[in-house]
Design a protein around this ligand. Structure first.
Ligand SMILES: NC(=O)c1ccc[n+]([C@@H]2O[C@H](COP(=O)([O-])OP(=O)(O)OC[C@H]3O[C@@H](n4cnc5c(N)ncnc54)[C@H](O)[C@@H]3O)[C@@H](O)[C@H]2O)c1
Length: 340
């Protein structure tokens, strides 16, 4: 299989290394419209300036799309129409409407794989939490409480497309909070139907949110709270999952910046009558971020065995985008400003 990488920024480069390390694929084409970034493209790879040119004429079987959000849906649609398998980074689109159009095209291409990069699902701590919840070790779920925050909208001296609504579609919730929402959906298996929120852009003052405060309830009564923030001066990833007989805490996560602390999973066994609120805890620490490599291996495995994509599918992407838009619209002021 021959691969084309579309957008050779921070993530495009990460995917390039991971594809070479974990698959038998060759990377034959890269599209990058910034002349400085093009200098980083390794030799013997065909270079296309605009992504549409690569999709149109590169001789590849798969494309990895790591472009600014505003191009994600269109690049996916064009690639599927061209008969290419697609791996696209989150967010899958700027809006749910754009993503619905992708879904319609992908439904017409049953032989092509389409996967979205929700790499947090592939962290070891998350995999272990998922299996504990699935095994029903601590009984039914009661609630989830997550915080995911960073100290600004842009890292790594990147272009500032993330701060412009027309280019990004949304702020910190769509950019980073989307991972926490995806994890909440993935780990609980719940569909959240009642949603309350406050959406704010008062600190950084861009036309995208810098804080989203969210309270949600599923039809089965599971409650989830999320704070997604771009004013979290000390970077933080924390997700508490409370069940009837214990709880799990995903604390810290290994990322490129290493600023979210050590990746740990704390398993708390509740015995409220005897432990006086200081229960038995077992902490596992994970030292390696395997998420990017394991995600690519999963995608390659689905391709070679012709398995359906079950982690990061178009349906996952649609459900998470539905949730995001419902969250934006649950704040009456934000709704009035951007959705009427
Ligand atoms: N899974 C994750 O945790 C994760 C992490 C970071 C970013 N992402 C996602 O990956 C995508 C890319 O993010 P990034 O941080 O690499 O951004 P980036 O700005 O570093 O990279 C985007 C690249 O696309 C190039 N580009 C822009 N327009 C182009 C065009 N018309 N044709 C060809 N190239 C073009 C830019 O020059 C840039 O090099 C975003 O959707 C982002 O949300 C995912």
């Amino acid at each position: 299989m021959k691969v084309g990488i579309i957008g050779f920024g921070v993530v495009g480069k990460k995917r390039y290394a991971s594809i070479l390390e974990n698959t038998s694929y060759t990377v034959d084409a890269i599209s990058e419209n910034n002349s400085l970034a093009r200098k980083d493209i390794p030799e013997n790879i065909e270079i296309f300036e605009d992504y549409q040119l690569l999709i149109d004429s590169a001789k590849v079987d798969i494309v990895f799309i790591s472009l600014p959000n505003k191009f994600a849906a269109e690049a996916t649609v064009l690639s599927l129409k061209k008969g290419l398998h697609v791996f696209c980074e989150k967010p899958p689109a700027k809006t749910l409407a754009e993503l619905n159009a992708v879904k319609a095209i992908s439904a017409m291409c049953p032989d092509l794989k389409l996967m979205y990069g929700f790499n947090h699902r592939f962290h070891n701590s998350v995999e272990e939490a998922k299996s504990i919840i699935q095994n029903n070790t601590f009984g039914n779920l009661i609630n989830m409480r997550g915080v995911y925050g960073k100290s600004q909208m842009i890292n790594f001296n990147q272009d500032d497309w993330r701060t412009r609504r027309e280019d990004s579609g949304g702020g910190i919730l769509l950019d980073q909070g989307i991972h926490m929402l995806d994890l909440m959906r993935y780990l609980s298996g719940e569909s959240f139907t009642q949603i309350f929120s406050f959406i704010d852009n008062a600190f950084w003052n861009f036309d995208v949110e810098d804080n989203a405060y969210v309270l949600m309830k599923s039809s089965r009564g599971i409650v989830a709270q999320l704070h997604s923030s771009a004013t979290q001066w000390r970077h933080l990833f924390n997700l508490e999952i409370t069940m009837e007989k214990g709880s799990l805490v995903l604390g810290g996560i290994l990322t490129g910046s290493k600023s979210y602390g050590e990746e740990t999973l704390t398993i708390i066994t509740a015995d409220p009558s005897n432990d006086r609120g200081a229960p038995h805890e077992a902490i596992s620490k994970f030292n390696k971020d395997v998420s990017w490599d394991n995600e690519i291996k999963y995608f390659a495995d689905c391709l070679v065995n012709n398995f359906a994509i079950k982690r990061g599918s178009i349906d996952d992407a649609i459900e998470t985008m539905k949730l995001i838009e419902a969250i934006y619209k649950a704040d009456p002021i934000w709704k009035k400003k951007y959705y009427t």
